[in-house]
Design a protein around this ligand. Structure first.
Ligand SMILES: [Zn+2]
Length: 573
């Protein structure tokens, strides 16, 4: 394994059959040769490394072959073929217009064109990167293209078809070469590996093929490089390390974190990626690609768009099943936006982290209404205070529910007179837990009205309903404790009042007030019940432990003590 011949040269295709990834195009060329319908000028367009020059050479060889095979290929045995294969044929001449683009270069070529071939039928002139010719050179060339000698065939090749003058285009038969698929490249690399006695993992070759971006020449050159690094044992790990490719594994792990809404894990994986020296932008586009691959894996119809090795494709299929397709769209949108914003962002790392958090949030369970910050709406006007997104959030099951639809922010801690039965409530009806994705565009007009209930209830029933609600939120420890230790008392017919000790406790209750009242209304079958809160210090002073606390308590009880301490300059230990 010491001497690697450059595979791109050694494994250059010698027949149309062996050209990788251009089946229909080579078939068309073969048919034309077979039918004897040759044009005088061809234009081969397509990205670099997809076989344009190789096809031009095979074409030149095949039309000059003395004994073409039954399948329309060059025999590779006759004198003409051997001359071609040994690169001593006079029937082919190649000009690289990238470096020879002057009028003189073209004139030299044009002068040769007149001389007929000595053996074989055609002289073929290949002009590579023909778009690089100067305008003067183009014009000089045009005359020859217009009236070429019978034996002359021109094959012009370009990576930039749009730069070819219309006058040239109109005189050529145009062939568009496609990027070679990753699967085709990987398959060919596998063939080369087997010929060279090189061990190569399929996933490793797939990564090389992706890195080569549809070009076989690049793929083979990367292949050679890695084969020599690894002494003929091409593993996936060796490839990603040598090519500085971000391991798929990161994206798979990250996606698991997204699916379990595990924000810390997502952030740590991203940190790991940064620590390894990968560009964040590279990471983001890789992530977008990962989402895209998951999406195409979800449907058998689009599975062919997934250009992956078999094992990786299987993993994509498995992970794709865990995603809701709408969430996947959303995730793609988030990563795409991050990609777009990245260049202009002043805090790039934060931007990426925010995106990761947002993708995690897609998998979080819908928040109960109680957790949505509604302090604002409670503080301000009691009516029409619903947040716009909430007001538009579709209420999923209001009609089917035997219990009433939940109600929007209510008049707050003030008494209000019950409205007559069956009038429209002034507040919009909203308040279902917002779905994970809010479909803002979809406005659901709520037209079904229900008569308000007004069943009498007792203090005991109220407390029971209160505690029952608390038991539905055992995870919200602070609120749970507050509700357990501070129970409401009934004031008048419908106002229940709860005294708390701090603004924090009050806020906790206000935030959950809508959901809480809705719950109580249903429990007690009375839609008029309202809730007031008041901050009251408990009369029973709690037991003080430290001297400082005792002193503070004493000072509070007895303002004169403050003076006494000051005047006497006492120090109390
Ligand atoms: Zn031959």
């Amino acid at each position: 394994m010491d001497n690697y011949i450059v595979s791109a040269r050694k494994y250059r295709p010698s027949t149309f059959q062996s050209v990788v990834g251009q089946k229909s195009l080579t078939q068309t060329l073969k048919n034309a040769i077979d039918a004897g319908k040759l044009a005088h000028a061809y234009l081969f367009c397509g990205p670099r490394g997809v076989g344009k020059t190789s096809c031009a050479r095979i074409f030149a060889k095949t039309i000059n072959c003395l004994h073409p095979t039954a399948s329309g290929e060059a025999c590779n045995e006759c004198e003409s073929c051997r001359a071609f294969n040994e690169q001593r044929s006079y029937n082919i001449s190649e000009l690289d217009a990238a470096s020879n683009n002057s009028v003189d270069d073209i004139r030299q070529l044009v002068d040769q064109v007149r001389i007929p071939p000595q053996i074989g039928k055609y002289k073929v002139y290949i002009v590579d990167e023909v778009h690089m010719l100067s305008t003067a050179a183009f014009n000089a060339f045009l005359k020859t293209l217009e009236e070429p000698p019978h034996h002359a065939i021109f094959i012009l090749a370009t990576t930039e078809k749009h730069k070819i003058l219309p006058t040239i285009l109109s005189r050529c038969q145009v062939y568009d070469f496609q990027r070679i698929t990753i699967a085709d490249i990987a398959e060919h690399l596998q063939y080369v590996a087997s010929q060279e006695g090189i061990q190569a993992e399929a996933e490793a070759l797939s990564v090389i093929a992706q890195k080569a971006d549809g070009g076989m020449r690049d793929a083979l050159s990367i292949f050679d490089q890695i084969a020599s690094f690894t002494a003929g044992n091409i593993t996936y790990n060796a490839v990603i390390e040598n090519l500085n490719v971000l391991d798929y594994e990161y994206y798979f792990r990250l996606t698991e974190a997204f699916l379990s809404a595990n924000v810390p894990a997502a952030l740590l994986i991203y940190k790991d990626i940064c620590d390894k020296g990968f560009e964040s932008q590279h990471f983001i586009s890789g992530l977008s690609n990962h989402f895209r691959n998951l999406l195409v894996s979800k449907d058998a119809a689009t599975l062919s768009l997934l250009e992956m090795g078999e094992a990786t494709a299987k993993r994509y299929g498995e992970q794709a099943q865990k995603w809701d397709v709408r969430l996947l769209y959303k995730a793609m949108d988030l990563s795409n936006r991050c990609d777009l914003d990245y260049r202009v962002s002043n805090n790039k790392r934060f931007l990426v982290e925010l995106m990761l958090i947002q993708v995690c949030q897609l998998s979080m369970p819908a928040e109960p209404v109680a957790q949505q910050p509604q302090l604002q709406s409670i503080k301000t006007a009691p009516q029409h205070a619903a947040q716009p997104t909430q007001a538009q959030a579709p209420t999923a099951q209001p009609v089917a529910q035997p219990t009433p639809a939940p109600q929007a922010p209510r008049p707050s801690a003030q008494a209000y007179t019950p409205r007559p039965v069956a009038t429209k409530p002034a507040t919009p009806r909203t308040g279902m837990p917002a779905p994970a994705i809010r479909i803002n565009a979809q406005k659901v007009e709520q037209t079904v009205e229900r008569e308000k209930r007004k069943k009498p209830f007792t203090q005991e029933a109220l407390v029971a309903a209160w505690l029952k609600y608390a038991n539905t939120i055992p995870d919200e420890v602070a609120l749970f404790n507050t509700m357990q230790s501070h129970q409401p008392t009934l004031k008048g017919e419908i106002i229940c009042k709860v005294d708390v000790e701090s603004t924090i406790q009050q806020s906790l209750i206000l935030v959950t007030k809508d959901a809480l009242l809705e719950f109580i209304h249903n429990e007690l079958e009375n839609d008029y019940i309202d809730l007031e809160t008041e901050i009251k210090m408990s009369n029973e002073r709690r037991v003080s432990y430290s001297t400082g606390e005792i002193l503070a308590a004493m000072k509070e009880d007895n303002p004169n003590l403050v003076k006494a301490v000051d005047i006497l300059n006492l120090e109390i230990e």
